[in-house]
Design a binder for this molecule. Sequence first.
Ligand SMILES: *Cc1c(COP(=O)(O)O)cnc(C)c1O
Length: 365
Amino acid sequence: MHGSLILEIDLDKIKYNTSQVVERCHRKGIEVIGVTKGFSAIPQIASAMVEGGIDGLADSRMENIIELRNKGFTQPITLLRIPRLSNVMQVVQYTDTSINSEITVIKALDQAAKKLKKEHQIILMVDVGDLREGVLQENVLDIAKQITSFKAIKLVGLGTNIGCFGGILPSSNNLGILVELGHAVENQLGLRLEIISGGGTSTLLLIGNAEIPAGINQLRIGEGILLGTDTTNNRKIPWLHQDAFLLRAEVIEVKSKPSIPTGAIGRDAFGNIPEFTDIGVRKRAIVSMGKQDVNIEGIRPIDERLAILGASSDHLIIDIEDSEQEIKVGDVIIFSLAYSGLLSVSDSKYVRKHFKGSSSANDET
Ligand SMILES: *Cc1c(COP(=O)(O)O)cnc(C)c1O
């Protein structure tokens, strides 16, 4: 098989994870939109989400959303990054809903929507503590009121983002504030909000232990469905698959070498001064994968006896001294991925994508 660096994608596991998340959320009256940015919106994976019963799709990048539309996805799509003033026309054309916090942008969306003779839906983002995007709580009513003056814009809900910048955990407290603000907007402005969007994967924990405040009726899930993990809460989600994605790399050298380099130490290929501990001569393998292919911090060998020692742009060096199997040149070492690892390989042209599962015809791209 040519192309020795392969991302293996199990579409059945993604479909299963989707259906599990959807089922648990629906039981609480919460819709789930599937976030496609973690895998650069590869259509086969988005299809697995759709087959798993997802209520809509969402991405932070217009390029990915346009690609989904071109591939024939007709589901509602939400843009998950505040639109750039410079491409409001595309946003209105290709998405149903976008998240917003800037009145200047909303005004431009309104003008674009009028030109395109469409209505564009907006979720107003509220900052409940994580300090990424969103208006401050005290400004919500005022801004919501301004939004209602735009004829081609429909304010459909409030949303918040948690656990992304400040690492703040979702709680019944901060999500409760969002629900309250939703009620205040409805009462004071005399309108109905369809959506109170309570975050991403990290909020699933609150569903599990019944702490999710009544009123939250949408979650935007990426990581949980794809990897079965919840980095913000530092946990594996026990009822989901963690191995829908595996990275397979080929061994190109196996040798026993000292654990400390010989000679005067300068900078490594990335300008850092490396540090080493002397633990004697160790057997090590080099696989043909490096920092140009993948974010090394976001991968881990499946075999826990193997340890990544480091990498340059094209070589990853692994301590295999404690491996129970003999590893030879030409063998494949398999890695699991964290979200950062998945992000980096999904759109790399150096990494072949291999699909398995009944939803695919074992096709490769
Ligand atoms: C990426 C993103 C998500 C998805 O987060 P996960 O932790 O992957 O579930 C949800 N909402 C917004 C605004 C995002 O940017």
